[in-house]
Design a protein around this ligand. Structure first.
Ligand SMILES: C[S@@+](CC[C@H](N)C(=O)[O-])C[C@H]1O[C@@H](n2cnc3c(N)ncnc32)[C@H](O)[C@@H]1O
Length: 257
């Protein structure tokens, strides 16, 4: 598939991220609660990376909010929240999510390559983007926009896929694919150096690796959590060490320079 923006939008509209984390009717409180439980069970590093409570009373911009799992947690923590996404289907679900939980937030449909047009020059305390920039044809343009909307003393928190990872090795060897869902039109990976080159105009304050997906995919899609035998045989502390060295998620915190 050609990775132009229309194909990318179509892809995410057909498969909003994590939409199948619950089999309950989409849009109910029980559905959203289960989506959140499953997401933070499979990706337990997210709440500490986002550090929701830190942003109480602060202006938060999320780029690529998807169906809004982090969005509602920023809003619950008292942030003045703005989220944007290319996929109107994802945003409709995120809007329903804010409504059913009685939360306030601004949700905007746009291509993040045109960030400044969508949110205007503003002064966000946090710009947060988890698993999004590597799916965008010109992420440099997004970073350029972020520089224009973030406060001088603001913080950027971003997750990029890691080149030096278990998952990349499995993809290279033909055992895996770039996304859990097949057919993703564009998914790049980054080394620490290429991530630093992307984040021009920012000074990285921390970079960590985390997250190896340990489950048998065929069982996982049926909500069964059976580990691959090679991970099941590993002591937890060995698996955690592997995640820190070869995790798929490059977790970056940075400040404008
Ligand atoms: C892997 S999902 C991550 C969603 C969310 N951050 C999460 O962790 O659940 C990637 C998201 O990026 C959005 N996206 C892709 N390209 C985009 C673009 N050019 N502008 C804004 N959002 C985009 C997709 O619609 C999708 O919701």
């Amino acid at each position: 598939m050609i990775a132009d923006i229309e194909n990318i939008r179509t892809y995410w509209n057909l498969r909003p991220c994590n939409i199948r984390h619950s089999r309950l009717p989409v849009g109910t409180v029980a559905y959203f609660d289960e989506v959140e439980r499953r997401k933070y069970f499979v990706e337990p590093h997210i709440p500490s990376f986002a550090d929701f409570s830190r942003w109480n009373g602060k202006k938060v911009l999320e780029i690529g909010c998807g169906i809004g799992t982090e969005a509602v947690n920023f809003a619950r923590a008292g942030a003045d929240y703005t989220g944007l996404d290319l996929s109107e289907v994802s945003l409709d679900i995120a809007r329903t999510r804010f409504r059913v939980f009685g939360l306030n937030g601004q949700l905007i449909q746009c291509n993040a390559e045109y960030l400044l047009d969508a949110v205007g020059p503003d002064s966000f305390d946090l710009v947060y983007s988890f698993g999004v920039l590597h799916h965008i044809p010109c992420p440099e343009r997004v970073v350029d926009g972020i520089r224009k909307v973030i406060r001088a003393d603001g913080e950027l928190r971003v997750m990029l896929y890691a080149r030096n990872s278990w998952k990349s090795i499995m993809i290279d060897e033909g055992f895996d694919q770039p996304e859990a869902q097949s057919g993703c039109p564009l998914a790049r990976t980054y080394t620490p150096e290429s991530a630093a080159a992307l984040l021009q105009g920012f000074r990285m304050t921390s970079m960590q690796q985390d997250h190896i997906f340990p489950y048998v995919p065929e069982k996982y899609v049926h909500h069964e959590y059976e580990k691959q035998p090679w991970f099941a045989a590993m002591p937890d502390e060995v698996f955690r060490a592997l995640e820190r060295r070869l995790g798929w998620h490059l977790l970056i915190k940075a400040m404008p320079v």
